[in-house]
Design a protein. Structure first.
Length: 303
C-alpha cells in the first residue's frame, strides 16, 4: 500500500508515536510519500535517518497514493485535502490538535490506528467542495479559482466599512446582505465558522449549502439553506476599495470590480471514518451535545 502523509509543525509530545507509525509502515513494506515541509520538520526533531526510504513531494504536487493521512488538527486536515486535490484519495485524520472535528483517530487510542485504519477496516464518506471562480471586470483573461471543504467567507478585511453583498442564486432575484460579511458553508463546514455566527448544523451527507450573514445589519437577514447544485453569483459594494474572500481560512484581497461565481467543485473529499461511527457520535464527542443530559441522568440515578 502507498500512503501519503502530511501534518502540521506542532507535534511536540507526539514524535515518539509518529516515529512508531512510520517504522510500522516501513516494516510492513508500505511505500510512504510525505509532504516536503512535514518531512523536513520531523527530520529536524527525529534525525536525518528518519527520512531514509521515504519519498517526498511539495504541497503543490498531488501525491499518488491509496490513502492519505493527516497528522494534526483540522487545519492540517484541510491542507492535506488540498494536497490530494482532484485525485480524491481517501483522507484519514489523526488528531494531535485541539478539536480535531474531521479526524477519526488519535494516538491516545493508537490501537484503532493499527487495527482499523492500517488494516482497511473503515468507511468512506464523500464530502462536497465549494468552488469560487474570481473574475475581475475589464480583465476577463485573469481568472482564479478557490476550493473549500468548509466554507467560503466574504468579509470586510482590515477596514471598518460595512459590506453590501448581492447574492443571485440560479439567475433569480438577488438577495442582499448588509453587514460584516457572508459565509457560504458546506455541510462539513456547518460546524465551523457557520456555527459561530448562528448558522444551522447540516448532516454531512446532505446535498445543501448554508448562506449565513456575519453581524447582519437587519434581523430579517437569516441563514438560508440552498441546494448544492446551485450557481451563486456574488457582487460586493462597500465604501472601501476592496474586500476579502477566504477559502477555509486562506484569504485573498479582491477589488470591488471582482465577480464571484460559486458552484459545487467537480470532485469531492473522501473522508475516512471508523466503521461504526455516526454523525451524532461526532456531535456528542466533539461538540458536547448530550453531555449535560448524561450528567443530569447520572444525578437522577444517584437520588
Amino acid at each position: 500500500m502507498r500512503i501519503a502523509i502530511n501534518g502540521n509543525r506542532h507535534q511536540e509530545g507526539h514524535f515518539e508515536e509518529i516515529d512508531r507509525l512510520i517504522t510500522t509502515l516501513m516494516k510492513r513494506g508500505d511505500d510512504i510519500v510525505m509532504a516536503e515541509p512535514f518531512i523536513d520538520y520531523l527530520s529536524a526533531h527525529l534525525g536525518r535517518r528518519f527520512a531514509t526510504g521515504i519519498d517526498y513531494l511539495p504541497l503543490s504536487t498531488p501525491p499518488t497514493a491509496d490513502i492519505a493521512v493527516s497528522i494534526g488538527g483540522d487545519g492540517a486536515f484541510l491542507k492535506t485535502a488540498r494536497w490530494v486535490g482532484a485525485r480524491e484519495t481517501p483522507v484519514a485524520g489523526i488528531n494531535t490538535g485541539n478539536l480535531g472535528y474531521l479526524s477519526a483517530f488519535t494516538f491516545e487510542r493508537s490501537e484503532e490506528i493499527y487495527n482499523l485504519l492500517l488494516n482497511g477496516h473503515y468507511r468512506v464518506e464523500h464530502r462536497s467542495l465549494l468552488s469560487a471562480r474570481i473574475t475581475e471586470s475589464g480583465n476577463e483573461g485573469s481568472r482564479r479559482q478557490l476550493i473549500a471543504l468548509n466554507e467560503l467567507a466574504i468579509t470586510r478585511g482590515d477596514h471598518a466599512a460595512m459590506l453590501n453583498i448581492s447574492a443571485i442564486i440560479n439567475s433569480s432575484s438577488s438577495l442582499d446582505y448588509v453587514g460584516d460579511g457572508l459565509i457560504i458553508s458546506t455541510p462539513t463546514g456547518s460546524t465551523a465558522y457557520n456555527l459561530s455566527v448562528g448558522g444551522p448544523i447540516l448532516d454531512p451527507e446532505l446535498a445543501g449549502w448554508v448562506l449565513s450573514p456575519i453581524a447582519a445589519h437587519s434581523l430579517s437577514m437569516r441563514p438560508l439553506v440552498v441546494k448544492d447544485n446551485s450557481v451563486i453569483d456574488i457582487r460586493v459594494n462597500t465604501r472601501a476599495n476592496s474586500y476579502r474572500l477566504a477559502a477555509d481560512g486562506k484569504s485573498v484581497t479582491l477589488p470591488l470590480n471582482a465577480r464571484l461565481q460559486i458552484t459545487r467543485a467537480p470532485y469531492a473529499v473522501n473522508l475516512i471514518l471508523q466503521p461504526d461511527h455516526t454523525f451524532t457520535d461526532t456531535l456528542r464527542e466533539k461538540l458536547g451535545m448530550g453531555t449535560n443530559l448524561r450528567k443530569k441522568d447520572n444525578r437522577n440515578g444517584d437520588r
